[in-house]
Design a binder for this molecule. Structure first.
Ligand SMILES: Nc1ncnc2c1ncn2[C@@H]1O[C@H](COP(=O)(O)OP(=O)(O)O)[C@@H](O)[C@H]1O
Ligand SMILES: [Mg+2]
Length: 467
């Protein structure tokens, strides 16, 4: 059923059940899915609605949407539990103050940008809903890392939720430095007051990113040495022996001690260590503070620069050490948000080295059971299929940036059934920095243009040198 536009003016709507509405608009009204509208029935109070889908038909835009609640007479509250059907209503853009009603008085909405289709209305994410897992998806260059930065800055400004950032491209290593273009002295001062620790493999102005081999659980030690407890039982058994005394050993004393044992398995284990060059890895803390000590103290943010190691497995060792330690101490229920950019590095379904498997298994476990212990994930990646499905399916919040692949969008539609199809379909047309948010951390699915970063971006593209 549709309403003829000329009956009631330029845009008009009808609702049979008070839950959904249908509307007709002139073609130049540029109505898009996601837009917020105020519906004013001929009888009864105004209601807030959101457009789901639009199609062109007979020279008109026709579409439908959801009714979100009744606006109080003074415009100061939204009753989301009530709405009424109507035979005819006018349709107009909702202004900023009306859209803000969605967030209620008590909820803390982090400003992350502006709504795409409702002018300069601030778009917000619900800070209290980062106690769920979040999946952040978009093709390369869509603006994921930048947008993550915007969200993390707001979490730092407005919450006490400690962040641990797994940063594969050194994008967040300057999170402590205000962007010189940002003139907001007050905000800069508040950010500067937060305790942000940046750990890097080797950098003169950052704390070294180190792991203590002795602290790794036996299974993780085995993974470092690519040992299987059953297939390689003799060598694994030597490792267990070594474990008993390893607390007093440094990397350079491990080999002599093993050779002293004189067994074939001990010699094999030495050869394995030497072939893998494990003892040469700079990641081992000798005397230095280990990453797990830093995270244990729960600074406001800990940035782990995983990109600068000489051996690729070192980044996995850092991730495993941190995740295993948090898991081992889960009963303490000290909240932390684990932000993993390029999450496919750590939990792709396609990797099969022992370290990859160990990291992925731990992440699958945290995805499944971590929530109640305060271990929350925020995972960013380019394609949904690049993160293990058991992890994606545990995410309650979705952020989607530009993604053109229909296969990937279909997959997201299946996993995140709560996202209106017409909104997902807009993703291929997104510009850089535009995002769709759905799930618990928004009151209704919303599309936004991300705001600007307050602190400096690290990493970044290398420019082509010009003559
Ligand atoms: N909202 C934005 N405003 C300004 N620049 C942006 C924005 N989003 C992304 N960029 C810039 O575009 C480039 C690619 O963005 P990035 O966040 O790294 O993409 P992705 O992580 O999805 O590959 C970066 O140089 C970044 O600075
Ligand atoms: Mg990125």
């Amino acid at each position: 059923m549709t309403v003829a536009a000329n009956e009631t003016g330029p845009e008009s709507a009808v609702s049979l059940d008070g839950r959904r509405f249908e509307f007709t608009a002139p073609i130049d009204a540029a109505v898009e899915p996601g837009r917020f509208v105020v519906l004013r029935p001929d009888l009864g109070g105004a209601q807030l609605g959101q457009v789901d889908g639009v199609a062109l038909e007979g020279g008109m835009a026709r579409g439908d949407g959801r009714i979100l609640g009744i606006i109080s007479d003074d415009g100061g509250a939204l009753d989301r539990d009530r709405s009424r059907g109507f035979g005819r209503a006018t349709v107009a853009d909702a202004d900023a103050a009306t859209v803000e009603l969605l967030f209620g008085a008590a909820a803390l909405g982090l400003p992350v940008g502006a709504f795409l289709d409702s002018g300069e209305v601030p778009a917000r994410l619900l800070a209290n809903r980062f106690n769920r897992h979040t999946f952040w998806c978009g093709q390369s260059g869509s603006g994921k890392t930048y947008a993550l930065g915007v969200v993390l800055e707001q979490l730092l400004l407005h919450t006490g939720l400690p962040l641990v950032i797994f940063d594969p491209n050194a994008d967040f290593v300057r999170l402590r430095e205000p962007d010189p273009r940002s003139a907001d002295v007050d905000t800069n001062a508040r950010l500067a007051a937060r305790d942000i620790r940046v750990l890097r493999p080797s950098s003169p102005d950052a704390q070294p990113l180190r792991v203590r081999f002795v602290d790794l659980p036996p299974r993780a030690k085995g993974a470092v040495l690519q040992l299987d407890p059953l297939d390689d039982r003799d060598e694994y058994n030597e490792l267990v022996h070594l474990e008993a005394m390893i607390g007093s050993l440094t990397p350079d004393t491990i080999v002599p001690r093993l050779l002293e044992r004189g067994t074939a398995a001990a010699r094999a284990l030495v050869a394995r260590m030497q072939n893998l060059r494990v003892l040469d890895w700079p990641v081992w803390a000798v005397g230095a503070e280990a990453v797990t000590d830093v995270v244990e103290a729960r600074p406001d943010a800990t940035v782990l620069d995983l990109g600068g190691f000489a051996y690729p497995d070192e980044a996995l060792v850092v991730a495993l050490a941190v995740l295993d330690d948090l898991w081992a101490k889960r009963e303490q229920r000290r909240p932390v948000l684990l932000v993993i950019d390029e999450a496919h590095n750590l939990c792709s379904p396609d990797q099969s080295s022992p370290l990859h498997i160990a990291v992925r298994e731990r992440l699958i476990q945290i995805a499944a059971e971590g929530r109640k212990f305060g271990l929350w994930l925020l995972l960013s990646t380019q394609r949904p299929s690049r993160v293990h499905p058991s992890i994606v399916s545990q995410c309650d919040n979705l952020a989607l940036m530009k993604m053109t692949s229909p296969v990937d969008l279909d997959e997201l539609a299946t996993v995140f059934g709560f996202v209106p199809a017409a909104m997902l379909e807009r993703s291929p047309r997104f510009r850089q920095g535009e995002a769709l948010f759905a799930g618990g951390f928004v009151p209704v699915p919303t599309m936004a243009r991300m705001g600007v970063r307050l602190t400096r971006e690290g990493g970044g593209d290398v420019a082509v040198p010009m003559r």
